[in-house]
Ligand binder design. Sequence first.
Ligand code: NAD
Length: 360
Amino acid sequence: MNKIPVGIIGFGRMGRYYLKEFQQNQAYEVAYICDLDAESREVARKQAPQAQVVAEDQPIFDDKSIQVVVLCTTADARLEQIRKAVATGKHIIAEKPISDTLEHEWEAVQLVEQSPVMSTANMYLQNAWYHHVMREAVDKGEIGELAIMRICHMTPGLAPGEGHESEGPSFHDCGMHYVNLARWYARSEYKTWHAQGIRMWDWKDPWWLQAHGTFENGIVYDITQGFVYGQLSKEQTHNSYVELIGTKGFCRMTHDFKTAVVDIHGVTETQRIERPYGGKNLDRLIAEMADSIQTGVRNPLMPTFRDSAIASENAWHMVEDARKNDLPSIGTHEELEEIWEHRRNLKDGYGLLPRLNKNV
Ligand SMILES: NC(=O)c1ccc[n+]([C@@H]2O[C@H](COP(=O)([O-])OP(=O)(O)OC[C@H]3O[C@@H](n4cnc5c(N)ncnc54)[C@H](O)[C@@H]3O)[C@@H](O)[C@H]2O)c1
């Protein structure tokens, strides 16, 4: 079978993850890599000697042989690239958020929904084995009726001002994954939200936020997200879990970014499942896209642009609500400078951007 030629646009942290996965998937060949940054292009030439490495994306869209584009610049460049992909008939794997403003995100949704190109947004938790195991337990009735979702993700990750400015504060940039996940489990739309945030280190935006509320079907949720978890601690760690509590039982998961553990305390089974974490699950996402292209039928496991826009919209509602609820500030700008400096020198850390940290 002919390989599917791909162009990767944006060769930072995510672009490099995608390249590794494409190189291990026999269905694809990476034909182009594009990045504005000369150092990133240099890395691309070393890591993918067979690919054409370019500073502008236009040659990728002009090349009729390219079937898929992977959009992993920051969100401010996305809509224009989505317009070009739709106009030139290329399938799209887009990083989230699918654009930099809600207006642009909904325009992107309209564009792909009115076009024959197949598209997906990398809402990677929808492809995680541990969430599929838990959803299956819920569907089998193991926990009775799903009533309460408790979700938490706190890491010493992307510090304020480090990058991703077009993607908003951490509750939007990263938190939209969890806002999407809660909706995916609830199979319902958000009805209410109340949010409390805090500004850290005198930054303008909240960098920790907790939201709770209801879905249309009555399920309640709380979501806590913050890139504020011991940025300057000697040994870094994180706290990440999802609990689904039903009328009869519960299940929960946690991970250490290497192994994920699911506990099911159901009415007929008590199980502990431990398997490799699976990272960003890009192997699954690109396999689903290859399958869609080869069969001509969009694989329904791929998250949609609409899923991403809805998650983004609700995450923004929660951030806006937090701004109305006091939003205190603790910590100093000097501490933030210390964190920036520390992260620039880390060899192994959470969410380090290669552009800022030459050690990764
Ligand atoms: N799905 C996830 O779990 C996940 C995780 C991390 C980041 N992301 C998203 O992926 C995107 C990229 O994030 P990252 O962490 O890789 O950032 P990054 O800053 O490491 O990489 C972005 C790269 O895009 C390049 N770039 C910017 N504008 C460009 C343009 N117009 N044309 C070509 N290249 C351009 C930059 O030079 C940089 O090398 C962001 O939207 C981010 O939110 C998603």
